[in-house]
Each structure stands twice: as structure tokens, then as C-alpha cells.
Design a protein around this ligand. Structure first.
Ligand SMILES: Cc1cc2nc3c(=O)[nH]c(=O)nc-3n(C[C@H](O)[C@H](O)[C@H](O)COP(=O)(O)O)c2cc1C
Ligand SMILES: O=C(O)C(=O)c1ccccc1
Length: 377
């Protein structure tokens, strides 16, 4: 079967026989009832595009500028841990796919390769380094310093992991990664290989639940690199991030993997967009699976989006080619959606490009009000 959509890649990846026990559930799952995993996706279904016609779309330009750097698409690779579970070349494969498509890759703090090895493998890649404010701040500082020396162009600090989440699939599966899966990037900053065989045990040990905005400010002052705060879900926190010196925010609920019942990121986006000055970078991740959905996120105020799980599906199906194909599909879909809706560039994609879909509850037969009772006289 031809793989034409990100959903095709997901189903193909899910049926691979090679997954170690529990790993597919780990990638796919989320916290608690997984309501937020589902809600991130469903939020996109509540919007429709408003096509304009008789606009010259003979040339469609998907490029954009974020934090002063040019991207071929308004899409980046979200930071996801341990690409070694998906493909042998791990983040070296991901970085070459990102380079081929002209999009940035956010390297996870828990990547299976060091930032130095990733930069060597893909010298043309635009790399951003994701970090946590670990209990041991020296580890955070070392990651920032090494990333800067390796040529990374920004730091992303993830602030939505105060403690391990209740990921029921992982608990039921008693998830353990195979021993060859190692967090080498982190190991290079801690001096010894951290035990990441149980993600939740590692999170409990390494993450600092006492992090406040003062710590974010400390990070923004640590290097010359711009810092984006990932995990912002309300407008006031975007304003806090900006005041702490962040160069931008990423609206994210960790793909529904931390707080079950958190609101979908797309629903949070307009509030966050209006809480910060125009021109201040606002990125979004969570549930973006088609080019039309990229347009919807941009119409609601995002400067760009990030994709998480689909990149892992591409890596698992066909290594670096698979990750590049996933992004290539998003590029083809976005180009098509822009042309079909009369938007030759992304500048004109604003709130007027979309319309709320009718609430399905209002359309279903059993919510049509019953006829008023006849009054018998
Ligand atoms: C398997 C997996 C590992 C992840 N690891 C990290 C991580 O190391 N750091 C981080 O900031 N976010 C991590 N995330 C969250 C992603 O960056 C992103 O917020 C989320 O996957 C976006 O949702 P999507 O998968 O629906 O596109 C991870 C997500 C997944 C699925
Ligand atoms: O950040 C995450 O979501 C995550 O899943 C993870 C992966 C490996 C180790 C710790 C957490």
C-alpha cells in the first residue's frame, strides 16, 4: 500500500514486528485516560478552511522566518527521546531528514546520540537543543554549553514535567527499554550513563518539581542563545515566560503525556497569542497530522508547529527516508491546501482563513427539541 498520509505511516509503524515489548504503547500513549492525546487531535476537527478564489496561486511559497532563521516549511521536529528505539542511526537519521526538508530539529535532552555527533552527521542541520531544569543544574548548564559549542541555534526548555505522569500503558506493561537504548546526550553531561530503562523512574530521579520562573530566568541568562519555553498552556504563563527573558513560547501539553484532561493546545492558542506582543514567536505542538491542520494552527496565531510522534513513525518505517517522507507529505498537503484556498504565501493566513465547524451535537437528531406540548383546553 502506498503511504500517502501521516495516518498511513502510523498504522504501518504500529504493525511492525520489531518493536520491543511495550515500546509502541510508550510512543503512542499518554497520561491517564489519554483524553488529552485524543483532544489535541479532535480540536483541529472543529475548524474548517474558507477558500478564496481567483487568487493567483501559480507559485505557492511555504517558507517562513522564525527567530531570524529561514525555514522551508512552518514545521519543526519536536524533541522526542531516544530515537534509537525507532532506527539504528537514531538522531543522525532524524537530523539528515530535517536538513533534506529545510526544517529545524529540536534535539531531546534524552537523545540517544550526543549533540556533537548529531551536528557532525548533519552539518547543515538547524539544531535546537531541548533541556530540562534538572535537579542538578550543572547538567542543564553543561547541555546548554555543549549545544552552543556544537552550533545549536536555540535552547528549548521544557517546563511541563514536574514529575512522572501516570502513563497507565507503561505501568501495565512494566515498560523497560532494551539495554542498548541509552541517553548518550545526557550521559555526556552527567559523566555517567543515566539509567533510562524505566522512563518514569528516571523522570522521578532527574526532574526538579521545585522549578519556578526564576529558574527559567537563570537559563535565559546562561548563554547568548535564545530560549523558548515549551509547555505553555495559558496566556499568563506566556507572559511570565516573556518577562523571564524567553525569546518565544511553545504551546504544548507534551502530546497529552503529562496532565490528563489538560485542554487541547489548539484551544489554548488564541489566548496565548493575545497575551504576548504581536511578532513574539508562538509555536504549537500536539496532534498536528495534515497540511490543512498546519494552516489552521497558523490561522489561530501560531508562527509554526512541531510534530512529535509522526517523525518517530517515519523513522521506524524507513529510517531517515521515512522521517523525510513524513515531512514531505506535510509539505505536499500544505502546498495543496494553500493553493486550493487562495493563499500563495503564509502571510495572508489569519483568522479570516478559517471558520468554526458546526457543533456535531447540535446536528444530531436526538438534540432536536421535541415539539411543544399541545395545551388541551
Ligand atoms: C515518545 C515521545 C518522547 C518524547 N520526549 C520528549 C522529550 O524528550 N522532551 C520534550 O520536551 N518533549 C518530549 N515529547 C513531547 C513532544 O516534544 C511533543 O510535545 C509531542 O509529541 C507533540 O505531540 P504529537 O506527538 O501529537 O505531535 C515526547 C513525545 C513522545 C511521543
Ligand atoms: O518526555 C517524554 O515524554 C518521555 O516520554 C520520556 C522518554 C524517555 C525518558 C523519560 C521521558
Amino acid at each position: 500500500m502506498a503511504l500517502l498520509t501521516l495516518a498511513d505511516y502510523e498504522s504501518t509503524a504500529g504493525s511492525l514486528a520489531a518493536w520491543p515489548p511495550g515500546v509502541w504503547d510508550f510512543l503512542t500513549g499518554g497520561a491517564g485516560t489519554e483524553s488529552t492525546v485524543t483532544a489535541n487531535r479532535e480540536a483541529f476537527a472543529r475548524w474548517r478552511l474558507m477558500p478564496r478564489v481567483c487568487v493567483d496561486v501559480s507559485v505557492v511559497e511555504t517558507s517562513t522566518t522564525v527567530l531570524g532563521s529561514d525555514w522551508d516549511l512552518p514545521v519543526a521536529f519536536a524533541p522526542t527521546a531516544l530515537h534509537e528505539v525507532c532506527t539504528r542511526d537514531a538522531e543522525a537519521a532524524t537530523a539528515s531528514a530535517a536538513t533534506a526538508l529545510g526544517v529545524p530539529m529540536v534535539v531531546s535532552a534524552l537523545s540517544s546520540r550526543t549533540i556533537e555527533d548529531i551536528a557532525d552527521a548533519a552539518p547543515e542541520a538547524t539544531l535546537w537543543q531541548q533541556v530540562y531544569l534538572f535537579r542538578d543544574r550543572k547538567v542543564t548548564a553543561s547541555l546548554v554549553q555543549r549545544a552552543s559549542a556544537a552550533g545549536a541555534q536555540a535552547i528549548v526548555v521544557t517546563v511541563d514535567v514536574p514529575r512522572p505522569a501516570r502513563r497507565l500503558r507503561d505501568i501495565r506493561n512494566e515498560l523497560r527499554f532494551p539495554p542498548h537504548v541509552q541517553a548518550r546526550n545526557l550521559a555526556a553531561s552527567t559523566g555517567r550513563a543515566p539509567d533510562v530503562s524505566s522512563p518514569s523512574a528516571h523522570t522521578a530521579e532527574a526532574m526538579d518539581p521545585s522549578v519556578t520562573w526564576e529558574d527559567v530566568q537563570w537559563l535565559t541568562e546562561l548563554s547568548a542563545l535564545p530560549v523558548l519555553v515549551k509547555g505553555i498552556q495559558v496566556g499568563q504563563d506566556a507572559e511570565h515566560a516573556r518577562r523571564a527573558g524567553a525569546a518565544g513560547v511553545i504551546v504544548s501539553n507534551h502530546g497529552g503525556r503529562q496532565l490528563d484532561r489538560a485542554r487541547p493546545t489548539l484551544d489554548a492558542l488564541p489566548e496565548i497569542r493575545t497575551a504576548v506582543p504581536s511578532g513574539y514567536p508562538v509555536l504549537l505542538d500536539g496532534g498536528v497530522r495534515t497540511g490543512a491542520e498546519v494552516m489552521i494552527a497558523l490561522a489561530l496565531g501560531a508562527d509554526a508547529v512541531l510534530v512529535g510522534r509522526p517523525v518517530l513513525h517515519g523513522l521506524a518505517v524507513a529510517g531517515k527516508h521515512g522521517a523525510a517522507m513524513v515531512l514531505g507529505i506535510l509539505r505536499a498537503e500544505l502546498t495543496d491546501a494553500m493553493a486550493q484556498s487562495g493563499h500563495p504565501t503564509l502571510d495572508s493566513v489569519d483568522r479570516s482563513a478559517i471558520h468554526p465547524a458546526p457543533d456535531p451535537a447540535l446536528l444530531s437528531a436526538d438534540t432536536v427539541p421535541p415539539p411543544a406540548p399541545r395545551v388541551l383546553r
